[in-house]
Ligand binder design. Structure first.
Ligand code: SF4
Length: 369
């Protein structure tokens, strides 16, 4: 038996005894599989599970997802991060419902052509829903293959994609591609884990190159370490009775289509956040603060880590003048923002997680005083 046959045989045997039940496993409905795969991109299974249940309950069919307003879909997605997934999911649902008459595509290429679907997701849907012979290649698979076969090509380099994809494809059990793909992903997620893989009880250990050559901790190799960009967001929370000013983010930056308070991004993190309120007043009211505008509070600094950025944010609370007529909005920088009832922030509009954290803590503080 060669190494590939050995690998395939032992992997499938391992999976027979370590099957991890999940609501979408064994599922053949491509809509449900697609939903689960999009939710699980960059998300841990434990975190994704309740969202999968929530989306299936809210949108049992692709038509219902397509008919939903984008704001509602984003609101249901709130807390999961990487919101482009939700926007793409919604756009793809509309495409399937309208251009494809509600029929989910059934070839690898046509699945891959859906918005938000890359090579990995297309292979997963094609193999799980239609048993098409396409091997998945995700972080788990890279790790397992790099270790077992002792490959030290950096997995984030251009040649790696080709090399690993060809190897993964050659290992696929073509009689049962869906089961094989599930097995290798589960093996990477549960057994050959990034840190402390279970080498001592591993059915592959006798031929695992990484283990035999003492390189388990060194494989897979990565070329670059990501340097995260630091950003500081100063938010002005202008309150007037039960309203605040909000806008929907657009453009190419993070958090597209999510709602936020008036924002003034700072070139660097201020040494003292007490210096921020005058900057906000100056920025939003360039011709001078309206009479009756009051500074209420300066929040602590919140911090959210994204894949390529670290966002720090401080929320400066102002009370707007009781009589709003004293504010000449044409002379402010609030024209892009809409006065919005506060309950919508909690119930209807999706906001970035950092805003949600602040808003929840503020609600708790108000309840306590
Ligand atoms: S022996 Fe260790 S490193 Fe090799 S495949 Fe098994 S768990 Fe992974």
């Amino acid at each position: 038996m060669d190494d590939k046959q050995f690998f395939r045989k032992n992997l499938l045997a391992w999976h027979r005894n370590h099957h991890r039940p999940m609501p979408w496993k064994g599922e053949r409905d491509p809509y449900k599989i697609w939903l689960s795969e999009i939710i699980l991109q960059q998300t841990r299974v434990e975190q994704g599970l309740p969202y999968y249940a929530k989306f299936l309950a809210a949108y049992p069919t692709v038509h219902q997802l397509a008919d939903a307003p984008l704001d509602a879909v984003l609101k249901n997605w709130e807390g999961l991060g990487y919101y482009s997934r939700a926007r793409n999911l919604h756009a793809a649902a509309r495409h399937i419902a309208n251009a494809l008459d509600g029929t989910f595509p059934d070839s690898y290429e046509s699945i891959r052509a859906l918005k938000g679907v890359g090579d990995y997701t297309a292979a997963a849907i094609a193999s799980f829903a239609y048993d098409l012979p396409h091997a998945v290649l995700d972080g788990n698979v890279y790790r397992v293959l790099a270790r077992f076969f002792g490959i030290d090509t950096p997995i984030d380099s251009t040649p790696a994609k080709k090399e690993f994809a060809a190897l993964a494809q050659s290992l696929l059990d073509e009689r049962s591609p869906g089961a094989y793909n599930q097995a290798i992903m589960d093996f990477g997620a549960r057994h050959c884990t990034p840190r402390q893989p279970a080498c001592s009880g591993c059915p592959m250990s006798s031929r695992c190159v990484a283990l035999q050559s003492g390189r388990v901790a060194q494989l897979p190799v990565k070329k670059k370490t990501i340097t995260k960009r630091m950003r500081f967001f100063a938010y002005a929370v202008f309150e007037h009775r039960n309203t605040v000013w909000l806008r929907r983010r657009d453009g190419k930056d993070i958090w597209q289509q999510l709602y936020e308070f008036p924002l003034l991004e700072q070139p660097e993190t201020p040494a003292d956040t007490a210096t921020v309120p005058p900057l906000l007043v100056q920025h939003f009211f360039p011709e001078g603060a309206p009479e009756g505008l009051e500074l209420q509070a300066v929040s602590k600094t919140y911090r959210q880590t994204l894949s390529h950025q670290i966002i720090q944010a401080v929320f400066i609370e102002f009370k707007m003048p009781d009589n709003l007529e004293v504010v000449d909005f044409q002379k402010t920088r609030l024209l892009d923002y809409t006065q919005t009832e506060q309950f919508k922030l909690k119930k209807i509009l999706a906001v970035p997680r950092i805003i949600d954290w602040y808003w929840q803590e503020k609600a708790v503080t108000l309840r306590l005083v």
